[in-house]
Write a protein that binds this ligand. Sequence first.
Ligand code: ADP
Ligand code: MG
Length: 668
Amino acid sequence: MALIELAGVARHYQHGDIDVPALDGISLAIEAGEYVAIVGQSGSGKSTLMNVLGCLDNPTHGSFHIGGQDASQLGPDELAALRRERFGFIFQRYHLLPHLDARANAALPAVYAGLGNNARSKRAEALLTRLGLADRLHHRPNALSGGQQQRVSIARALMNGGQIILADEPTGALDSASGAEMLRLLGELNEKGHTIILVTHDPSVAAHARRVIELKDGRVLKDSGTPANHSLPADAPAELAGTEQAGGLRRLQVQWREAILTAWLALRGNRLRTALSMLGISIGIASVVSILALTDAARGSIEKDVRGFLSGRIPVWRGNPALPPGAVARSFRPSELDAIRALPGVKDVNVVREMQLTARHRARDAGVTAIGADAQSLSARKLKLAEGRYFNELDQASSAQVVVIDGKARKALFKAGQPALGQTLLLSPMGLTAEVPGQPSAAGAALPMTIIGVVDPDSGGGVSFGFSNGQVLLPLSTFARKLDPKLDTDSFNVMLDFSVPPAQVREQVIHRLKALHGVEDFDSWNADEEFQKIQNVTAAMAALFAGVGAIALLVGGVGVMNIMLVSVSERTREIGIRMAVGARQGDVRLQFLIEAVVLCCLGGLVGVALSWLGAQGINAVQAKLEVQVSWTALAVAFAVSSAVGLLFGTLPARRAAALSPVDALARE
Ligand code: ADP
Ligand code: MG
């Protein structure tokens, strides 16, 4: 079988209702090593035949074999492989990629054969040097003359071997000297064993060939036939030796490298457009990231307050709103507290000795909460002292009349800047003041206390209940002896050791106390439940804001899709060239997908940078909220950008990959 065999090949174009047969039943055979010129008037079907021969276009009828393989049965990727492995194209208008230099243009077919970067460059340099372009390797097409560009395209045709060279009017755009040089080179290649098929309308060009096929109206008018003395080339052309087919992994690596590089070049070549289309993604990512960082910081600060004050304990108190009217709630006895203390998951039971008192300093007074405190109270409440000292053992043992006041109480009782340490406070039961005459001096009397410390208002204690104007801490022993001597208590805290889930401990406490009291005349507060509520609220907030960011991303993504579609239609010819030299549909798809992903990731990066700057700004102007853009946020931004790129790049990429090579090449 001949190298190329056509039997009854037809190619019809549809012009509206009119059927134009560009090729109308062509049968011919071309042997390996032939030098064929296809001639005919303009519109006779030469280019169409050339495109069919080169597997750029599919015939509408007829069978068509290349090297014994039935090309009409092949899918797009197999046709791409045929183009890559067997054909080298030389076009009238050169069809070089304008943003690549001579070497990269010549090397392009080897990219799709999976040849590594170095091997590719070496081979391209060798070919260009042989064609007299050693000093033009790094010139772009627009810095080369027509003859030079056509020689670059010869180098490209030979890159993967170029067993069959298809040249469509190769001299058409050249001056006569360059044209002659071109024909000399083609003759030389034929002598080396390459099969040359040349399309021309010029008889003097056709005269260089050893066989002439003349077309008219899509039919063969004359065919001089394979010369009688034609001999098949002894070996494959020398150039064929240069191409080893790369393995899968290698090819994948080359494919990705090329796709990323091309994406980068394309984006860099259109800086303003790139920046503008990145903008939407940047804003989307910036809003998502900074909103997440903000809610995170807000939640962190609420958590710190709530956890610091409440977590790890379950407050229980006398009285329950569900009690029938008139029923009296009992206090808790020490023995009952011991029973609670024995429950699993309970570290300890802290009796809260607390009462509302009026504190007086000179002419100022304020309602405060007096709290009986022990050595651990400070750390349990996560408080820090701003001034003075805390109670020592001697204070506890001697029931010393000393107090530590919090910032709120200090503010209520002292003018700003007025020293509080060492001052005396008078504590008396609510509603009474020390000077009220006629009061019994025992329980109702004002108790003078010396201030020995002031709590730092920034440390914990942010959550306070009731209408209290602050808290004053006094030694537990002082509280029990001098303020409230009764043994039973109205409220206590169950301290958790977290060996049992808090909710379960709470149930057991309720169960046990109910058994002891006969009725549920008490109530308890589940800190972790409250905490969970707060968490749910902030989580809902975060979700809402993330939704807003997602909408921004959606809009940004649509912008990216739009720009990618524009990019595909602008670069249709480039796609055609890549396909002609052997790019698979997958290669083209990957190139545009990666371009979309790179675009989105760049946008995402800018977005993260913006939100980082925003966070620094927020942290600089206030101290309450520590906003941080975490590595997680960065990773999420990256993942989200990539996902947006993939999502919105798919349509343009598919569109690019679905182009037919011949249509793409014809597009200007
Ligand atoms: P030649 O290269 O010999 O000048 P072509 O092969 O380019 O001729 O064209 C052959 C015929 O097919 C012409 O009548 C032309 O109008 C028609 N033709 C070529 N390409 C297309 C196309 N893409 N769509 C419609 N008609 C086409
Ligand atoms: Mg033509």
